[in-house]
Design a protein around this ligand. Structure first.
Ligand code: XMP
Length: 319
């Protein structure tokens, strides 16, 4: 019988048999899959695990601190946090093409990760949060969207002596099994049941050139939207929701003064498979409340719109 508990016990035994006394490195993104791998490996091999968490400056509000609190402080996992915001933002400066931005972010992830990994002398394994749908997806390879850490197979820049073997303990599991496993390993439910967040992060939710000023405004707007979805008990009834930053200015009046500030679009969808999606019919009073909060509380935002495009033809992300 396949219960979450005996899946966990099986996986843990398997990892111990495979890894023995070796050391394992994991790129921890804060997403569900790599988080569950971290918890699982910690349970299986304790201190033989080292995680590298790259803060690329394109994470959500307080996300880096939350990852460190959950894994390092609460679970006692060794996590190296790399503050790479400047490296990412410098590399992105001046680029507004979406595919070019994705390439820069993906390439920089590998560079930063490799720089960190090269500092460890005695690592034999690289763990990854590959799950069964990723295995199928890369077999048919129809999407061009790289799962950055996941496609990190050859670990380009590492020194010759560090030929890492690949450890993918979730390879046979579906997403809902991964989530249940995460909860059974003690991860917080609201982390495990979080909406998906793309690898390139806010880099694809800031249209055009990525700037720190834009990322900071977007983080604040996104946090208000998500907080209110939770307050109104709508978060779990929505498959994915987020804010998008539009680098256009629009006139607005705040208090007595006329402003000329940026625009935020809110996106929320309902979907089963993320291949097709309906825009979420969120209540008008809810949207009104969120829009007022964003405009009143964030200096620099003058207008909020709600995206009523379904997929297809629109995609979920704006890019
Ligand atoms: P689109 O925008 O293509 O998105 O309708 C479908 C789903 O994929 C997510 N997405 C990504 N996930 N790395 C990821 O891990 C990526 O580069 C990436 N790009 C899009 C998107 O958030 C949505 O859930």
């Amino acid at each position: 019988l396949w219960t979450t508990d005996n899946i966990a016990a099986d996986l843990i035994q398997n990892i111990r048999d495979t890894v023995g006394g070796d050391n394992v490195l994991l790129g921890l993104s804060g997403g569900v899959d790599s988080s569950v791998v971290a918890a699982l490996l910690h349970e299986a091999i304790g201190d033989q695990l080292t995680c590298v968490f790259v803060d690329n400056g394109l994470l959500r509000l307080h996300e880096g601190d939350q990852v460190m609190a959950t894994f390092a402080s609460n679970m006692g996992i060794r996590v190296i946090r790399v503050d790479a915001e400047d490296r990412f933002l410098d590399a992105l400066a001046g680029t507004d093409d979406p595919e070019a931005k994705r390439k820069i972010i993906g390439g920089m992830f590998i560079d930063v990760f490799d720089d960190e990994a090269a500092k460890f002398e005695n690592i034999q394994w690289l763990a990854q949060g590959t799950i069964y749908p990723d295995v199928i997806e890369s077999a048919s390879s129809k999407t061009g969207k790289a799962h950055v850490i996941k496609s990190h197979h050859n670990v380009g820049g590492l020194p010759e002596h560090m030929k890492l073997k690949l450890l993918e303990p979730l390879r046979e599991l579906f997403k809902d099994e991964v989530r249940k496993l995460g909860v059974s390993l003690g991860l917080p439910a609201d982390m495990v049941y979080r909406h998906p967040f793309p690898g390139p992060g806010l880099g694809v939710r800031i249209l055009g050139e990525v700037k720190k000023e834009y990322a900071d405004l977007l983080r604040l707007a996104d946090a208000i939207f998500i907080e209110e979805l939770r307050n109104y008990d709508l978060y779990d009834r929505t498959s994915q929701a987020f804010a998008v930053f539009l680098p256009v200015r629009s006139v607005g009046v705040k208090g007595d003064s006329r402003g000329y500030d940026y625009v935020i679009a809110l996106r929320a969808v309902e979907t089963i498979d993320y291949m097709t999606a309906q825009w979420a019919r969120l209540p008008a009073e809810f949207l009104d409340h969120v829009a007022r909060r964003i405009i009143n509380e964030i200096d620099g935002i003058s207008r909020v719109t709600y995206d009523i495009s379904s997929k297809p033809p629109a995609t979920i992300e704006w890019e």
